[in-house]
Design a protein around this ligand. Structure first.
Ligand code: AHR
Length: 321
């Protein structure tokens, strides 16, 4: 039975009950949402989890929450368990882009709609999910690139960049790299001299930056980090190497979490591109709309901004994550 028919039947049953017992208060079945979260790798992710949990509570939706601890196999297990429990809707933020087709087919066969939040999967069959809501990672990479090109417009000579990539195979790591390269390749002065994953964590960001500094030392002009946590870890490594982050090495990162604003206010981070984790309310609205038989747009893009260090102190009090 498809979702519209299930919803229509539930509504018809409710009307029959109301007619049989006029005035009687009868409890409507709570919508059950199974949500598979990637983990707790960053300040961004923690804010995203809080947003989803709080919004479910506010919307009166029963949330079955599973933390995959950054492992795809755990996400697949969680989705299978949601299918076995016959939840009404499944939502998840895929840790990597590929390898979810089989389990998505299983959800489809069980007639449970799937919503992708934050990250996409790279399937050719887009009937395997109802909608994908979240940021445009490609555009975030481009914004980072444009800011850097403008910042370096009067600089003479080469601009040597080191890049801290996000989780290998994840949509943000792939797209943020691509978008950034697309913009800087127009100017031959810009060279990415080292690029390695820091897995979106502070600890790895620091570790990989230490290795970059050891290999390239003062040759490094710019650090492009795919998220703020890695940039914050790298800042520590730069200071420990006796250099001044934000001055000796220009730092461009993505997310706009509070930690990044603190680093910008301290003059250690030059710019952060916004990527909003506050997807909870939008997700719950989509779940409710689905259960009411409404159709959803295939792509819901989050609107975002960019914050250079010059505006950090003014913007900081307004930040929600
Ligand atoms: O998918 C969004 C990315 O995942 C955020 O930029 C990063 O901080 C998080 O871990």
């Amino acid at each position: 039975m498809n979702i519209r028919r299930r919803t229509a039947l539930a509504a018809a049953a409710a009307l029959t009950l109301a007619a049989a017992w006029p005035g009687a208060a009868f409890a409507q079945k709570k919508i059950v949402l199974g949500f598979s979260q990637i983990g707790a790798e960053s300040e961004w992710r923690t804010a995203n989890t809080e947003s989803v949990k709080a919004a479910a509570k506010d919307a009166g939706i029963e949330l079955k929450f599973a933390d995959a601890q950054q492992k795809q196999e755990n996400q697949i297990k969680a989705i299978r368990s949601f299918i076995a429990q016959k939840v009404d809707v499944i939502a998840f933020s895929p840790v990597v882009e590929s390898g979810f087709e089989t389990v998505l087919r299983e959800a489809k066969a069980a007639k449970i709609p799937v919503i992708l939040t934050d990250r996409a999967v790279n399937t050719k069959d887009d009937s395997l999910y109802v909608t994908f809501m979240g940021s445009d990672f490609l555009e975030e990479g481009r914004k980072a690139g444009h800011w850097l090109v403008d910042k370096m417009k009067d600089q003479k000579g080469e601009v040597n960049i080191v890049e801290l990539q996000g989780t290998v195979g994840s949509a943000p790591a792939i797209d943020r790299k691509k978008g950034f390269e697309e913009v800087i390749k127009a100017d031959p002065r810009f060279k990415v001299i080292r690029s390695q994953t820091g897995d979106f964590t502070r600890a790895k960001g620091k570790e990989v930056m230490e290795a970059f500094l050891k290999a390239e030392g003062k040759k490094i002009n710019v650090l492009y980090a795919h998220n703020d946590d890695m940039a914050i870890g790298a800042i520590q490594a730069i200071e420990e190497a006796g250099l001044k982050p934000g001055k000796d090495i220009i730092i461009v990162s993505i997310d706009a979490v509070k930690g990044a604003f603190e680093a910008m206010i301290a003059g250690k981070l030059n710019v952060t591109v916004e990527c909003s984790p506050l997807l909870g309310p939008q997700l719950m609205q989509a779940v409710k709309d689905l259960m009411a038989g409404k159709s959803l747009p295939k792509r819901i893009v989050t609107e975002e901004s960019i914050f250079p260090m010059e505006v950090a102190a003014k913007e900081f009090p307004k930040r929600k994550y």
